[in-house]
Design a protein around this ligand. Sequence first.
Ligand code: SF4
Length: 313
Amino acid sequence: MPETATTPGYNAYGPWLRRHYGGNRVFKVIVDAGFTCPNRDGKKGYGGCTYCNVDSFTPALPRSLDQIREQVLGSMKNARERYKADKFIIYFQPNTNTYAPVERLKALYDEALAVAPEDVVGLSVGTRPDCLDPEKIALLESYTDRLDVDLELGMESIHEETLAQINRGCTHAELVELLDSLADSPLSLCLHTIFGFPWETRDMLLAHADELNRFPQVKFTKLHHLHIVKGSILAARYKKEPFHTLSLEEYTDLLCDLIPRLRPDLIIQRLFGVADQDLLIAPIWGLPKSAVQTHIDREIQRRGIVQGSAYPG
Ligand code: SF4
């Protein structure tokens, strides 16, 4: 088994969190600061990535600092009452959370982190590789003297032709350049992938493992399967000309091939994507999230899959 893996045979985030924070129950508090995205507001493009749900985008309404505070307070209260949460990671999640001047970013992050500083152990910020600069990186790094800071980057595909086809507005080369510049950074990097674009072959999908392995500064990954959701460009294409999307069995089979190739120390934050059922068009797996997780975990166990067992490094 990989040194840090628990049963089943992959290095799962939940158990890692528990170990890393001394047995505390750590929850992510999601903050929606009202950011927009350069692939929508015209800086990079207007249509957005083809899988992105237009309808889920409220017009960019920057939140006041009071609103940020209320969000954090409400989520912490809920997590304490429902899940007996002890500690929190402040997670700036929706849209592009570094897409604002650095002074504005600092005000937002500071406000969220100040709500219950004694119980906050981390800051997590989701963004695109093309929405960072040395000043913003320095700001994020400035919090690492007291917190774990995760920078979550959309990689989606490592294949440039796919990124062009999905109108990503950002190349893999740009991500690689950023990763190289962060080789010695105290930030914990997380890369997000999407598997299942119909033109990507199995070999193209499995090649993601080598690319994730290539960067030791990447500590976390989120693996997702492609969703076709209402309001996306892909949904319109799918309606006109349906194409194959991954069944749960096919996706599980892919994971069982991919996980052994991953570095054993890479922590997997997510194994599959979760979409709002009201928006999801395909694939419909017909199971709640917990049942999907159980299905995948059982199959990983049944096959004796071990993360890192096929890692050449
Ligand atoms: S997926 Fe992310 S980067 Fe792409 S359009 Fe939607 S918010 Fe922007």
